[in-house]
Design a protein. Structure first.
Length: 335
C-alpha cells in the first residue's frame, strides 16, 4: 500500500505575513505532513467588484482581504524554498484563476490543486492540464456530469496524473454529509486515484476515508482556532493534526500487513495454555464410571485435553478415580 499523501491546508490564515506563513509550514512539517497548501488569489483576475461576498467577510470586502493577504512572486519562491529545503515538505497553492496558474507555474510548483469553484471553468482546466503537472481535482459543489466533463477536459489536454477528491463544501461539514460512499464510485467511474478533502471536525472521518481507499487527505490546519479568518475556527490545531497523521500511518500499517492465522496460532501457543480451557472432572468420579456430559467441566489452563474435543471422551470408562477439577488425559481411560 502506497503512503497516503497528507496535505495541511493553510489557505490564507497566514494573514499575508511571510513569517507567519513559515511558522505554519514548520508546525505542519513537525506534524509529519507531506505537503502544505496555500491559496493564490489575484482578485482582479477572479472576481468582479459586484460579486457578492461570502457571509464570513464581515469586516472587510473580499477584494480587501485577498489583496491584504496576497504574496508576490518572490515571496512564493521563498515559501517554496522554505518548504522543500528546510522543512522537507511539498509546497502547493490552489490557483483561483488562469493568471494564478501562470504565476504558480513560474514559481515551479509540482502539483496543481483545483478548487471546487473552478470545476466548471473549462478554460482554466485546459490551462492547468497543459502544465503537465500532477492535478488534485476537488469536487465540493459539483454534480457527476460536471465532474465527468472536468475529468474529460483534463485528460484530453495533457493531464496524466489526476486524483479526484471527494469534498463537501460545508464549513464545518457534518460527518453524515462527508460522502465517503462516493470514493468508491469515483474510483470506478474514472479509473483514477481518489482522495478526500476534509471539512469535518476531528479526525474520525479522514481516517475512515483512508480505509475507504483515499490516497490523498487534505485538511485545514491552523496554529490556533482563535486566529482571524474564515477558515481558522473550523481548522485543526497542531496537536490534533499530529495525532491525525500518526493514526493514518497506523491505519496504513494495519491495512498493508498480511497475517497468517495459523502462524499466529503457533506463535501464541503459550497464550493458549493460559487462556483456553481443558476438560476436567466436574465432580469426584469413581473408577469404572462411564463418562457422561454431567461428569465434565471446562476450566483453565489449556494444557490438557482441549474443551473442543469433549465428544471424544463421552462414553469412555475411567480406569481410576478422578478427583474434582483434575484434568483428563488419555491415560485415564480403559483401552
Amino acid at each position: 500500500m502506497n503512503k497516503t499523501f497528507i496535505i495541511a491546508e493553510v489557505g490564507n490564515t497566514h494573514e499575508g505575513s511571510l513569517g507567519l506563513a513559515k511558522c505554519f509550514i514548520k508546525e505542519a512539517a513537525n506534524c509529519g505532513v507531506d505537503a502544505v497548501k496555500f491559496q493564490t488569489h489575484i482578485f482582479d483576475a477572479e472576481s468582479t467588484l459586484e460579486a457578492p461576498n461570502p457571509p464570513y467577510f464581515k469586516d472587510e470586502t473580499r477584494k480587501q482581504y485577498f489583496e491584504r493577504t496576497a504574496f508576490n512572486f518572490e515571496q512564493y519562491l521563498e515559501l517554496k524554498r522554505y518548504c522543500e529545503e528546510e522543512c522537507n515538505v511539498e509546497f502547493i497553492s490552489a490557483a483561483f484563476s488562469i493568471e494564478a496558474v501562470d504565476l504558480l507555474e513560474k514559481v515551479g510548483v509540482k502539483t496543481f490543486k483545483i478548487p471546487s469553484g473552478e470545476v466548471n471553468n473549462i478554460p482554466y482546466l485546459i490551462r492547468v492540464a497543459k502544465t503537465g503537472k500532477r492535478v488534485l481535482l476537488s469536487s465540493g459543489m459539483s454534480s457527476w456530469s460536471e465532474l465527468d466533463e472536468a475529468v474529460e477536459t483534463l485528460k484530453g489536454h495533457g493531464a496524466a496524473d489526476i486524483t479526484v477528491l471527494q469534498c463537501t463544501s460545508e464549513y464545518p461539514c457534518p460527518p453524515e454529509q462527508s460522502g465517503l460512499n462516493v470514493l468508491g464510485e469515483m474510483r470506478q467511474r474514472y479509473g483514477l486515484d481518489v482522495g478526500f478533502s476534509d471539512h469535518t471536525l476531528g479526525t474520525a472521518v479522514p481516517i475512515a476515508a483512508v480505509l475507504c481507499g483515499a490516497k490523498v487527505i487534505e485538511k485545514h490546519f491552523t496554529l490556533s482556532t482563535k486566529m482571524y479568518g474564515s477558515d481558522a475556527m473550523n481548522s485543526t490545531n497542531p496537536d490534533e493534526f499530529s495525532q491525525l497523521v500518526k493514526q493514518i500511518r497506523t491505519a496504513e500499517l494495519a491495512l498493508s500487513s498480511q497475517v497468517d492465522k495459523d502462524q499466529v496460532q503457533k506463535e501464541l501457543i503459550h497464550m493458549k495454555k493460559i487462556f483456553e480451557k481443558s476438560i476436567v472432572a466436574a465432580e469426584h468420579i469413581l473408577k469404572g464410571t462411564k463418562l457422561e456430559p454431567k461428569h465434565l467441566a471446562y476450566k483453565k489452563p489449556g494444557d490438557g485435553i482441549p474443551a473442543r474435543e469433549f465428544r471424544s471422551i463421552i462414553g469412555k470408562t475411567v480406569n481410576s478415580d478422578i478427583l474434582k477439577d483434575q484434568k483428563f488425559s488419555t491415560s485415564n481411560f480403559l483401552s
